[in-house]
Design a protein around this ligand. Structure first.
Ligand code: FAD
Ligand code: NAD
Length: 447
């Protein structure tokens, strides 16, 4: 059995970053991936969704061209060409990861891994056609092989969750992976689950002309987010043609129709199931690796599982389901493998962005001390015909900035300043002495 310093299972943003970091530091590292480099984020999450949203939001801007005194006769989207561009981009970024891994000294093996007792990882050849579809050069496996290492990082992510009696059929009821392959824009789209995935897809398809109905069991949208921010988003989506049915349960789905517990029926050409995620753990055949009640892998503060030397990072541990969280965790675990006293893996300052129109970006803690600046006060926003949104900065009792919420079209770019302010424990009064360029979006922080 071949022995490595580190085995990493799963080449998503957690696994490939961890493997590259380890190999660069001289650890003999094997990365095992059963499908495509880049994981859910690159192949059916962050990147494809944002590529499509980019086009949808551009189309929306064109429709508002008159605000800039521009006359546009007709703007038409070639949806199939857009899907081709999305697929080409994915391939290009996969290639980038492949080169990055190679240059970092990682050995990459395409195959399906199984974690067996005794820290043995058995890898069998990937199912036919899967690995070649990634466009990556790969280490071919003719037969199964076994590997071992002192340390193993599990980075196998999460999969679309299912709800009782509603299993995606690949025809009408689709998960996010299947919907991203769909070649037409449905006239009516039903979305089960108005969480982040549901909202981003609802935003996308409503801007492309679909009538979208979102159904959620919860009485309010995005309970973890700022209420005023969520209200602005909901109103914007309603203007785009979305309908929200909250506090509803789905009794059954039949003949392209959802039957709700309040007696309503929702007919739709396509239905997206976006009701949460489940951990990808089927391959963990060692019972020493314990799971949480929700089926994710239990970890301690160092992200070590109940089995010494085996770590779980990214979506698999359910601590924060973001690509940047997976990467951060992967790098931190590798750093700690090299040190005698592990550093604290602090994830309290985790930024997040919902890439709708407007976007909602948030970070840190919300305290009772909050400074709010409406977007309408920002000169640059006025030049761009954008006035709906706000910036909130939260401070602690010592005036240190500890939290931020931004609602605007480009909140993803702006939250970077809040990341720096919070991590450097900047005081609100000091921020007011920083010079921001005029007329810029960054000036919002100085107002
Ligand atoms: C529609 C959608 C949009 C999203 N948008 C964003 C966004 O804008 N920003 C953001 O931060 N996050 C976003 N996310 C979340 C983000 O994609 C995940 O948090 C991130 O991909 C998790 O990374 P990971 O490395 O933990 O796992 P994954 O990316 O899921 O990668 C796991 C990898 O493990 C492989 N694998 C699984 N089992 C095995 C096995 N037995 N053997 C070998 N390999 C295996 C899989 O093939 C996969 O490549 C989005 C998710 C979705 C679904
Ligand atoms: N921009 C981003 O960073 C981004 C984008 C997409 C996904 N993600 C990550 O992926 C994670 C998963 O996203 P998600 O949207 O699938 O999960 P989620 O947990 O955010 O939302 C799921 C929604 O489905 C609802 N739901 C559950 N069961 C239901 C049922 N039976 N009927 C109707 N509604 C039901 C829940 O109440 C919830 O509102 C997110 O938590 C996020 O961390 C991030």
């Amino acid at each position: 059995m071949k022995k490595y310093d580190l085995l990493v299972i799963g080449a998503g943003p957690g696994g490939y970053a961890a493997a590259a970091h380890a190999a660069k530091q001289g650890l003999k590292t094997l990365l095992i991936e059963k499908q495509h480099l880049g994981g859910a984020c690159l192949n059916n999450g962050c990147i494809p969704v944002k590529t499509l949203l980019g086009a949808a939001h551009f189309l929306q801007q064109i429709k508002k061209a008159n605000l800039f005194n521009i006359k546009v006769e007709k703007a038409e989207l070639d949806f199939n060409a857009l899907l081709d561009r999305k697929n080409r981009l994915i391939k290009r970024l996969q290639k980038g990861i492949e080169i990055f891994l190679r240059d970092s000294g990682v050995e990459t093996l395409f195959g399906a891994a199984k974690l067996l007792p005794g820290k043995v990882v058995a890898v069998s050849p990937p199912s036919r056609g899967v690995a070649s579809a990634s466009g990556s050069e790969r280490t071919d496996l003719e037969t199964s092989a076994e590997y071992t290492a002192d340390n193993i990082i599990l980075a196998t992510g999460s999969l679309p969750g299912a709800i009782p009696n509603l299993q995606p059929d690949g025809q009408w009821l689709l998960d996010n992976i299947q919907l991203l392959q769909n070649k037409t824009i449905p006239s009516a789209l039903a979305v089960i689950g108005a969480g982040v995935i549901g909202l981003e897809f609802a935003d996308l398809y409503s801007r492309l002309g679909s009538k979208v109905t979102l159904i959620d069991v919860l009485p309010e949208l995005l309970p973890q987010e700022d209420r005023a921010a969520v209200d602005l988003l909901q109103k914007s989506l309603e203007r785009a043609g979305c309908r929200f049915l909250l506090n509803r349960k789905i009794e059954k789905a039949e003949n392209k129709t959802l039957y709700l517990n309040d007696g309503q029926t929702i007919a739709a050409e396509i239905c997206l199931l976006a009701a949460g995620r489940r951990a990808n753990t089927d391959y963990i055949l060692d019972p020493a690796v314990q799971k949480t009640a929700k089926g994710f892998v239990s970890v301690d503060e160092n992200l070590q599982t109940s089995l010494s030397g085996v770590y779980a990072i990214g979506d698999l541990n359910n601590l924060a389901l973001y690509a940047h969280a997976a990467t951060y965790q992967g790098l931190a675990v590798v750093d700690n493998l090299r040190q005698k006293s592990p550093r604290v893996i602090n994830q309290t300052i985790m930024p997040r962005v919902i890439f709708t129109s407007p976007q909602i970006a948030s970070i840190g803690r919300y305290t009772s001390q909050c400074q709010q600046t409406p977007l309408s006060l920002l000169g640059r926003a006025q030049t761009e015909n954008q006035t709906e949104g706000f910036l909130k900065l939260y401070t602690d009792e010592k005036d240190v900035i500890v939290g931020c919420v931004i609602v605007s079209e480009n909140a993803d770019a702006l939250i970077g300043e809040a990341v720096a302010l919070i991590n450097t424990r900047t005081k609100y009064t000091d921020l007011k002495n920083f010079i921001h360029p005029h007329p810029s979006w960054a000036e919002w922080f100085g107002l």
